[in-house]
Design a protein around this ligand. Structure first.
Ligand SMILES: [Zn+2]
Length: 284
C-alpha cells in the first residue's frame, strides 16, 4: 500500500529516491522526501496514522493531498478536533517543515496533545509545493477559493473535510516575505483572541513580533489582524458555533530553525490554552 501511495504522489518511492538516478530534480521539491519523517512515524506509531485517499488530477497527473491524524492521550470528554494546515501557498515551506517538527515533538511528548484529535494537512497545495510557486499548477491562489464554488480539486477536497470534521479549531501556517516579524489573523469564535495573544507571545521567544499598525494592508494591533482576505481556508460559512480560526504568519527572512520553533511554540500554546477554556466552560 505504501508504495502505491508514494506513486500517487507522483514521485519515486522514498527508498527509490535515494538512488542517484531517481533523485528528484533540484527544481522540483519532493513531497515524499519532505513528508518521509511523518510516514516513518505513522508506520510505527499507535496514535499517528496517514489518512490517504484524497487524490486528484492536475495536468494529466494524479496527485495526493497528504492527510494525517494524531490521536492524543485521552482527556475528559470526546477529543477536541483541530485542523492544522500548511503549504496552501506552495512557496511557503516553513509551515510544512514546522508541522513535521511538531509531529516529531508529539512522538516524543504525546501528552502535548492530551484530549485532542489533530487532523494534519501539511501540504495543502501539492502541485505548488512541488513546483515552488504560490499558486497551484492551475495558476490559482487556492487561499482565495474557499466557499466560492471553486472547481479547484484541492479546495474541494479540503472543503469536504472541513464540513465532515466539524473542527473545534483551525490553525493555518503561512510565510510573509514583506514582514520583519511574526503575526497572525484571528477569526471565528470570540475566544480566538485569547488564544492568539499567548501564541504570539510564545513565538516571540524565537522571533520578534510585528507590532506595526498596518500589516499586509490590514489594520493590526500587537501583531493581530481581525480582517481576512475573502476566500481563505476557513470553516464552512454557516457553521455554528464558529470554531476558533487562527492564521499564523512567520517572516520569511528569519533562519529556518527559528521559524519552525516559533510555529511549534505557538501551536503548543494554542492547544494548551484552548484546553483550559474548554475545561473552564465545562465547569460553569
Ligand atoms: Zn501564505
Amino acid at each position: 500500500m505504501r508504495s502505491s501511495i508514494a506513486a500517487i504522489r507522483n514521485e519515486p518511492m522514498v527508498s527509490a529516491s535515494l538512488s542517484p538516478e531517481r533523485a528528484s530534480s533540484p527544481f522540483r521539491r519532493s513531497i515524499a522526501e519532505t513528508l518521509a519523517p511523518l510516514d516513518r512515524i505513522a508506520a510505527s506509531s499507535p496514535s499517528f496514522v496517514a489518512n490517504p485517499g484524497a487524490v486528484f488530477s492536475s495536468g494529466g497527473e494524479t496527485w495526493e493531498l497528504p492527510r494525517y491524524v494524531f490521536l492524543g492521550p485521552k482527556g475528559g470528554d470526546e477529543p477536541l478536533r483541530i485542523g492544522l494546515f500548511a503549504g496552501i501557498h506552495g512557496d511557503e515551506p516553513e509551515g510544512v517543515h514546522a508541522l513535521v517538527r511538531f509531529l516529531r515533538l508529539l512522538e516524543e511528548a504525546p501528552e502535548v496533545a492530551t484530549g485532542y484529535c489533530l487532523f494534519i494537512y501539511p501540504i495543502c497545495n501539492p502541485t505548488g509545493f512541488a513546483q515552488r510557486t504560490r499558486s497551484s499548477r492551475s495558476g490559482k491562489d487556492l487561499n482565495r477559493e474557499f466557499w466560492r464554488d471553486s472547481a479547484e480539486p484541492e479546495v474541494r477536497l479540503l472543503e469536504s473535510d472541513l464540513m465532515a470534521r466539524d473542527f473545534h479549531g483551525l490553525i493555518s501556517l503561512h510565510t510573509d516575505s514583506t514582514s520583519d516579524g511574526f503575526y497572525g489573523f484571528a477569526q471565528g469564535a470570540m475566544l480566538t483572541r485569547h488564544l492568539i495573544e499567548p501564541a504570539l507571545a510564545a513565538a516571540e521567544e524565537y522571533l520578534p513580533r510585528n507590532r506595526g499598525e498596518r500589516i499586509d494592508g490590514f489594520r493590526a494591533r500587537n501583531g493581530i489582524i481581525r480582517d481576512i482576505y475573502p476566500g481563505v481556508l476557513s470553516a464552512p460559512p454557516r457553521l455554528r458555533p464558529r470554531p476558533f480560526e487562527i492564521v499564523l504568519e512567520t517572516p520569511e527572512a528569519a533562519p529556518g530553525y527559528l521559524k519552525e520553533a516559533a510555529f511549534v511554540a505557538a501551536i503548543q500554546t494554542i492547544l494548551a490554552r484552548y484546553q483550559v477554556f474548554i475545561s473552564y466552560a465545562a465547569n460553569l
